[in-house]
Design a protein around this ligand. Structure first.
Ligand SMILES: O=P(O)(O)OC[C@H]1O[C@@H](O)[C@H](O)[C@@H](O)[C@@H]1O
Length: 286
C-alpha cells in the first residue's frame, strides 16, 4: 500500500492512495474524493476538466460534501447552497491499512469561530474513506455542543458514465419523487420503471431502498450504490442548457456523468442530540 501526499491542482493538498485493489485521489480541501479506480477498470467518478481548484470554490466532480444543509439555505438567510464544507480546507486526521488490503483515510473539520458565525453549532465532522475493492464512505457528524441541532446533507457524487443516452438508474421504480426541474417544483410524482435521462433531471426520491444501480450500456458496467442513514436520494443531471451555463463544466460534460446522491434531503431532516453522533454511509462497487 502507498499513501502519497502531493500538492494537487491549484496548490491544494491531496492524498494519492494505491493498494492491491484500487487507486484513489482524495482532496484534503473540501474532504472530497476525486477519483476511485478499481484495478483494471476505468474511474468510477467524474471530475470536470474545467473544475475550479481554489479556496472558497467547490470542486465540480468526485464526491462533494453538502453539509449542514442540502440545497438552498433552509433559513433563507442568503447563505450558500449546499452548506459551507465543500469550499473550505479540511484536515487529515488518520490513515490506516486494513487487514483486507484496503486503505482508510479520515479527513475532518471541527467548528471554529468562522463556522460558528455562519451556523451557530459546535460540531466535529469526519469523512471516513476506505479504498478497497469497493469505495466505502461514512460522513460522521458529532454534536459537540450542549443542545440538539438538525442537519440535511449529501454525498453529492458525480459518477462517470460512457454516454448518458445509454445509462439508466435502477432501484427507484415505484418510489415518489419531488421534481425540482419542473416549474414551481412540480410537486410529488411517481417513478415508473428505471430512470432514463434525456432532459434536465433534478429529483429528490423518497423512501429509497438500500441499493441503487447505474447501468451503463456504453462502458458495459454497472455501478452499485448501497447506503444507510438516509431515506432520500437525489438524481441530478443538468442537461445541455444548464451545463453550457456552468463555467466549471464543458458544454458536453452532461453526457459523461450522472449524480446519484446519498442524501438526507427535503423532509429527511436529521436531529443530532448534544454529544451524539450520526453516520451517513455509502458504498460504491462495480
Ligand atoms: O452547482 P451546484 O451548486 O454544485 O449544484 C448542483 C446541483 O446539485 C443538486 O444536488 C441539486 O439538486 C441541484 O438543484 C443543483 O443544481
Amino acid at each position: 500500500m502507498t499513501i502519497t501526499r502531493v500538492t494537487g491542482n491549484g496548490g491544494l493538498p491531496m492524498i494519492n492512495v494505491s493498494n492491491d485493489h484500487a487507486d484513489a485521489v482524495i482532496s484534503v480541501y473540501a474532504g472530497q474524493v476525486l477519483s476511485f479506480t478499481p484495478k483494471g477498470a476505468a474511474d468510477v467518478l467524474f471530475v470536470s476538466d474545467n473544475a475550479y481548484y481554489a479556496e472558497g470554490k467547490a470542486i465540480k466532480g468526485g464526491v462533494p460534501i453538502c453539509w449542514p444543509w442540502f440545497g438552498a439555505d433552509p433559513e433563507g438567510k442568503g447563505r450558500p447552497a449546499h452548506g459551507f464544507m465543500r469550499n473550505r480546507m479540511w484536515s487529515e486526521w488518520e490513515t490506516r491499512e486494513n487487514a483486507d488490503g484496503s486503505t482508510t483515510v479520515v479527513l475532518g473539520l471541527e467548528s471554529s469561530p468562522e463556522t460558528l458565525a455562519i451556523w451557530p453549532h459546535a460540531f466535529r465532522l469526519a469523512m471516513e474513506i476506505t479504498v478497497g475493492k469497493t469505495l466505502q464512505l461514512a460522513l460522521v457528524t458529532r454534536n459537540t455542543g450542549d443542545a440538539v441541532f438538525t442537519i440535511t446533507q449529501a454525498m453529492h457524487t458525480y459518477f462517470a458514465v460512457g454516454d448518458i443516452a445509454q445509462t439508466t438508474v435502477t432501484g427507484l421504480e415505484g418510489t415518489q419523487y419531488l421534481d425540482k426541474a419542473a416549474d414551481g417544483n412540480g410537486g410529488t410524482k411517481q417513478q415508473d420503471g428505471a430512470i432514463s435521462i434525456n432532459s434536465e433531471v433534478d429529483r429528490v426520491y423518497f423512501g429509497i431502498p438500500a441499493e441503487l444501480a447505474i447501468v451503463d450500456g456504453a462502458l458495459k458496467r454497472t455501478i452499485r450504490i448501497t447506503s444507510s442513514g438516509n431515506k432520500t436520494a437525489v438524481v441530478w443531471n443538468p442537461w445541455a442548457k444548464i451545463a453550457a451555463g456552468m463555467a466549471d463544466l464543458q458544454d458536453d460534460d452532461y453526457t459523461r456523468f450522472v449524480c446519484v446522491e446519498t442524501t438526507n434531503a427535503a423532509d429527511d431532516v436529521v436531529e443530532v442530540a448534544a454529544g451524539a453522533e450520526f453516520r451517513l454511509v455509502a458504498e460504491y462497487s462495480l
